[in-house]
Ligand binder design. Structure first.
Ligand code: NAP
Ligand code: HSE
Length: 374
C-alpha cells in the first residue's frame, strides 16, 4: 500500500522509520514546510491528493487547521486517513466518520489516545461483548513525566517540562499537556468508543500546573502520589467526566506508573478491571500505533463499528467524591480535616458532588486534587 505522511516531525518521522522496515507499506510522499527534511517531501498538498497511487494519508501535523481541511480533502478523494491528532479528532470526529462512510474509506485514530498503547482497540474489543461501566487513567505522558520527576527526583516543574519537550513527548504548545486540554480531548475520543456518544468539551477540568514541589512533598508524607487523571462514566443518558490530579496510595498501580508511561483502566461486568499500560507518548510507540491502524485497514480488520448515535448530557451532580483543596489561607467550610504545612493549608472535603466542589473553589487559583477511590 502506498501512503503519504502529513508532517515530518516526531511522529511522522517515526511512521516513516517503521514503514521502511515493512514490505507492504511504502511512503510515497511527505507533506512538509521544510523540503530539506526528506527527499520525498512536497509542500503542495494537491500533489498528494491527485496522486491516485496514494491510498492512505497519515496526518501528524497537529493543530486544528489546516489539519481539518486536509483530512476532509483526503477522505473526499477516497483516501483512508489515520491520524494521531487528538485536538482535531475531538472536535470534528463526527464529520470525519460521516464523510468516511459516505466515501467508503476508513478514518482511524488509535495513536490519538495512549500513544503506543492499543487502548482504543481494547475498548472496542470489550464492547463486542458488553457495555463499559467506567474508564479512567493517566492519559498524558508529559504531565506524568513531570509529576514523576518532581516526586522521585524532586525536580522543579518547569525543569521537568523542558526535558519532556526535548524528548518529544510534549505538544507543540505544551499548555495542552499541563492545562488539561490534551487529556480532555482523549477523554472525549475514548468516550465515543466506550459509550457511542460524542460529548463536548464541557466537563470538569483542573490544570495540573498548579502543583508545586511543596505539595508533592506534603502528599508524599501522607503516603500519596499525585497523578493526572481523566475519567468518564455514565448513568442513563447523563454522564460525569473530569480531568484533574488524583491522589493514589503509594502501592496503587497508578502511583507506580513512571516517566512518559500511561495507564488506562476500563471497567465492565464480566471483565472487571482491565488495565492498558505502556508508553503514552514518544516517536516510535506512537508511530507503531499508526502503523497498526494502517495494517488493520489493509487487512480490513475492524473490532467494533464506531457509533456516535447516543446523546448524553453532562451532570455535575451524579456522583460524590472526596477532594483536597490547597490554598495559602484557611477556608471556611465543613471540612473533614485541615492540615497546615508551611504556608499551605490542605482542606480535606467530605464526599461532595462536582457542583459542590465548584462552589467551594469558585474561580480561585487553588490546587484541587481528588482522593482516588480506585
Ligand atoms: P511535531 O514534532 O511538531 O511535528 C509536526 C510536523 O508537522 C512539523 O514538522 C511541522 O513543521 C509539520 N507541519 C505542521 N503544519 C504543517 C503544514 N501546514 N504543512 C506541512 N507541514 C506541517 O509534532 P508531533 O509531536 O509529531 O505531533 C504530531 C501530532 O501527533 C499532534 O497532533 C500530536 O498531538 C500527536 N501526537 C503526538 C505524540 C507524541 O508523542 N509526540 C503522541 C501522540 C499523538 P513545522 O515544525 O515547520 O511547523
Ligand atoms: N503530548 C502528549 C502526551 C502526546 O504527552 O501525552 C501523546 O498524546
Amino acid at each position: 500500500m502506498k501512503i503519504a505522511i502529513l508532517g515530518f516531525g516526531t511522529v511522522g518521522s517515526g511512521v516513516y522509520e517503521i514503514a521502511k522496515t515493512l514490505k507492504n507499506i511504502e511512503v510515497k510522499k511527505v507533506l512538509e514546510k521544510d523540503l530539506s527534511k526528506i527527499n520525498i517531501a512536497t509542500n503542495n498538498y494537491d500533489e498528494i491528493i491527485n496522486d491516485k497511487e496514494v491510498e492512505l494519508v497519515v496526518e501528524c501535523m497537529g493543530g486544528l487547521h489546516p489539519a481539518y481541511e486536509f483530512i476532509m480533502k483526503a477522505i473526499q478523494n477516497k483516501k483512508s486517513v489515520v491520524s494521531a491528532n487528538k485536538a482535531v479528532i475531538a472536535k470534528y470526529l463526527d464529520e470525519f466518520l460521516k464523510t468516511a462512510k459516505e466515501n467508503n474509506v476508513e478514518f482511524r485514530f488509535e495513536a490519538s489516545v495512549g500513544g503506543g498503547i492499543p487502548c482504543l482497540a481494547g475498548i472496542q474489543k470489550i464492547r463486542r461483548v458488553e457495555n463499559i461501566d467506567k474508564f479512567y487513567g493517566i492519559f498524558n505522558g508529559t504531565s506524568n513525566f513531570i509529576l514523576d520527576n518532581m516526586y522521585r527526583l524532586e525536580n522543579e516543574f518547569f525543569t521537568s517540562l523542558k526535558t519532556a519537550q526535548k524528548l518529544g513527548y510534549a505538544e507543540a504548545d505544551p499548555s495542552a499537556d499541563i492545562d488539561g486540554y490534551d487529556v480532555t480531548n482523549k477523554v472525549i475520543i475514548s468516550f465515543v468508543l466506550a459509550y457511542d456518544g460524542f460529548i463536548k468539551n464541557e466537563f470538569l477540568c483542573f490544570a495540573m500546573k498548579n502543583i508545586t514541589k511543596e505539595d508533592i512533598l506534603y502528599f508524599k508524607k501522607q503516603g500519596f502520589v499525585a497523578k493526572y487523571i481523566g475519567e468518564a462514566t455514565t448513568k442513563g443518558n447523563e454522564y460525569e467526566a473530569s480531568v484533574m490530579l488524583n491522589l493514589f496510595p503509594i502501592n496503587a498501580l497508578e502511583a507506580n506508573v513512571l516517566s512518559n508511561y500511561n495507564i488506562v483502566t476500563v471497567q465492565s461486568h464480566t471483565m472487571g478491571e482491565v488495565k492498558f499500560y505502556g508508553q503514552g507518548a514518544g516517536k516510535l510507540p506512537t508511530a507503531n500505533a499508526i502503523i497498526q491502524d494502517i495494517l488493520d485497514i489493509q487487512a480490513k480488520i475492524s473490532f467494533n463499528p464506531i457509533s456516535i448515535e447516543k446523546k448524553y448530557t453532562y451532570s455535575s451532580n451524579l456522583f460524590k467524591h472526596k477532594y483536597v483543596i490547597r490554598s495559602n489561607e484557611e477556608l471556611k467550610g465543613n471540612f473533614e480535616r485541615i492540615d497546615r504545612d508551611g504556608n499551605n493549608f490542605y482542606h480535606y472535603t467530605k464526599e461532595i458532588t462536582q457542583a459542590d466542589l465548584l462552589k467551594l473553589v469558585e474561580e480561585k487559583d487553588y490546587l484541587v486534587v481528588r482522593l482516588s477511590e480506585y
